[in-house]
Design a protein around this ligand. Sequence first.
Ligand code: SF4
Ligand code: SF4
Length: 236
Amino acid sequence: MVDEEKETQASEVKEAEKQEDGEKEKPKAKFTFKCTKCDSCCLSRGPIPITFWDLEMWAKNGVLANFMPYLDIYNKPDTGIDLILKPLPPPQKEGEEKKDMKDPFATVPIEELLNVKCPLYNKDDKKCLIYDNRPLSCRTYPLEFDGKNFIVVDADCPGIGEEEMTTEELKEMRDTAKTMHYELTRMRIALPVLNQMISQKIMIDLMRQNMEAMSKMSDDDRAKLDEIFKKGSEEK
Ligand code: SF4
Ligand code: SF4
């Protein structure tokens, strides 16, 4: 028994030494980042998730209403729901019917807009139109936190490895990534609940309005309505 214990201890020490050697051979690459302002993420990131943090910041800065035309609900393929900055629709093709400029997104399915330019990026001036009010997701890009680990979501981002970072800068970026994870989780819990509650409320209000309208109908109008329903069910 004692021999067995000694053997186990020896093999554990060897394993630890092996791991140490392995770590020495392959040192972990240190994450360093400085945005080069190459604009590639603003041109192709697709829908930017919006969190309560962003809504609160915009409300505090008095610009929330300005963002409303750019916000939309995105039903993700995994059945989750995100509030997003809706990407800009592709430019009008020749011969295509003119888009309704009040809602240029109206006829474009959101799935077709996932890899296009952020609506708030000015390509000519190469600049974010809302830099001081940019969403949290843009502040932490390309670093994300998944609840356990930090992840580089865009290995091709030219800012990675660009310049040494101070400990404080790295800590700040990691803290922002953690805040983003926390805020996105909160949003993804709240959105389906709010969505369901608001849909129910709208349905109930509509039914109440219909019942009120029906109760105010004259006998003649009610008979006409019955006739319409009867015809409809016969046609089926
Ligand atoms: S975050 Fe990366 S991809 Fe985006 S502008 Fe900066 S360097 Fe370019
Ligand atoms: S909000 Fe600004 S920083 Fe964020 S993707 Fe759009 S243009 Fe880029």
